[in-house]
Write a new protein. Structure first.
Ligand SMILES: N[C@@H](CCC(=O)N[C@@H](CS)C(=O)NCC(=O)O)C(=O)O
Length: 207
């Protein structure tokens, strides 16, 4: 399997973590979004990352890819079968990709992406707004949801992958979850990012 997308992307990381958890070998091509690589363009209709290609089959979108992988390589399962657990796993995948991601990524965009890769100045006020206003209600919610090592049921799942992935970028941007205010979330994030699959994905090529 070929995986397109820089290792900086939280969405690409979802795919790399899933592949490692399932023990599937892959070739990583760390392209930026909208890269003019014809093979990547063919795999990603909107030019977004990630996209994958396997034996001529091409697919974009991290969630679509995770569901494809689940059917193609069912063990270990990353999608629960119990109806309520399944519903919650899909919810956390969606919540992570949409509500959480846009706010969690702000420190990375402002402090890493803009100055180092886009030649633009950091807007530290935007970082302060994310940290002080936008993220606390989401962290409060997650703190209430955590009661063990996994977000859903008694096994690691797509819920954990999709919630934890953006915290790597958060940490790279010198931002931390305040363990005094959100002790369960801080512990959960540290433990999840310490998994070998996340460690391998974090070491993935960035470009
Ligand atoms: N829903 C997509 C979102 C992917 C996405 O937005 N990736 C970003 C990079 S982290 C991207 O390609 N951005 C370029 C764009 O939005 O045009 C997924 O889960 O894969």
């Amino acid at each position: 399997m070929i995986v397109y997308g820089t290792g900086y992307s939280p969405y690409v990381r979802k795919v790399l973590v899933s592949l490692t958890e399932k023990g599937v070998a892959y070739e990583h091509r760390p392209v930026m979004f909208h890269a003019p690589d014809p093979d990547f363009q063919a795999a990603s209709p909107l030019g977004k990352i990630p996209a994958v290609e396997v034996d001529g089959f091409r697919l974009a979108d991290s969630s679509a890819i995770l569901w494809y992988l689940e059917r193609r390589h069912p063990t270990p399962a990353l999608v629960p079968t119990d109806p309520q657990a399944l519903g919650r796993a899909v919810w956390f995948d969606k919540f992570g990709d949409t509500e959480l991601f846009g706010k969690l990524i702000v420190p990375f965009v402002e402090r890493v992406l803009k100055p180092n890769m886009m030649g633009q100045p950091t807007d530290e006020a935007a970082v302060t707004k994310a940290l002080d206003k936008d993220l606390p209600p989401l962290f409060d919610y997650l703190e209430r949801q955590i009661s063990g090592p996994y977000l859903v049921g008694d096994a690691f799942s797509i819920a954990d992958i999709s919630i934890a992935t953006g915290f790597y970028n958060f940490h790279v941007a010198d931002a931390q979850v305040d363990a005094g205010r959100w002790p369960k979330l801080a512990g959960y994030v540290a433990e999840t990012l310490a998994r070998p699959s996340f460690q391998a994905a974090q070491a993935a090529k960035k470009g």
